[in-house]
Write a new protein. Structure first.
Length: 287
């Protein structure tokens, strides 16, 4: 009788594991189908087909507006330096105007054109710039003050414009949905919170590499937009040196950073400039 009871208990444990396994498989399958099963959305700027969370540009713009208030508040609000704010706006608009002409020549258009805004934030302690989905671009006074030329400012803003045009935030949201779904499935299978946390950490590491790829892609946008607007794209190299001197490398291995180390980005930027201008840069570019 005792032996039979042990068999029943073992069977109960086995049944519980089977139920967790089935539920985990269902969750994982749902996450994979949700990500890979939907048709890709065509980027109207690049013509590329992408996997995104939001397929309507208006939804991206609305999402950016919803997040903007919190992000601006984290950095002390808009700058009170009116002249500096005007300079940021002027350079940003010059990049967009140059892009408009280039896109028209290739029969593409910028669906975010009217939603773009460039804001200087009053945070003097943080050296950073970022963009929200839909076209809201921000740069801190800490970074603005460290820049040495207007071309470097154009490089910063061009890089952030690139994130918007390439829909990196939208792509990242879709990717995170997949990773969170798989992490949840692993957590269910493990049956405890520690398994779920470990799965989330794995997802975070994968997400970090995905972010680095986006950063390098946006560096290419910075090169392109600065040149189109009449700035020397080598200002991007100077920008990376500014970031490096301000602690942009962070002293951490590149693998553990959401941004590539500046010294590695410099090499990529120089390679891209040489690729885009094999006969040399056009004359008369502004530094």
């Amino acid at each position: 009788m005792f032996r039979s009871g042990r068999q029943a208990s073992g069977g109960g444990v086995s049944s519980a594991f089977k139920m967790r396994l089935i539920l985990a498989l269902v969750l994982a399958l749902f996450a994979v189908i949700s990500y890979y099963g939907k048709p890709g959305d065509v980027n109207e700027v690049t013509g590329e087909t992408q996997r995104v969370a939001l397929t309507e540009e208006a939804d991206e713009v609305q999402l950016g507006l919803q997040a903007a208030q919190e992000m601006v508040g984290m950095h002390g609000g808009p700058s009170r330096d009116f002249a500096a704010q005007q300079r940021v706006e002027r350079v940003g608009e010059s990049l967009l105007d140059a892009l408009d002409k280039d896109l028209a020549a290739h029969q593409h258009h910028n669906p975010y054109r009217e939603a773009f805004q460039f804001t200087l934030l009053s945070d003097q302690d943080t050296v950073n710039a970022f963009a929200l989905p839909g076209g809201l671009v921000f740069i801190t006074e800490g970074l603005f003050a460290a820049l040495e030329t207007e071309g470097q400012l154009a490089g910063v803003l061009g890089h952030e414009i690139g994130h918007v045009l390439s829909r990196h935030g939208n792509q990242q949201m879709a990717k995170q949905g997949l990773l969170q779904g798989l992490a949840g499935a692993v957590g269910v299978l493990g049956g405890d919170a520690q398994s779920a946390r470990m799965a989330q950490m794995v997802g975070a590491v994968i997400g970090m590499k995905y972010g680095r790829d986006h950063e390098l892609e946006s560096d290419k946008w910075g090169i392109k937009l600065t040149t189109l607007a009449g700035y020397d794209p080598r200002a991007m190299v100077g920008l990376m040196k500014v970031l490096e001197s301000a602690g942009g490398g962070g002293g951490q291995p590149e693998f553990f950073s959401t941004h590539p180390n500046p010294e590695n980005r410099i090499e990529k930027i120089q390679e891209e400039i040489a690729k885009e201008f094999p006969q040399g840069l056009p004359p008369g570019l502004k530094p």
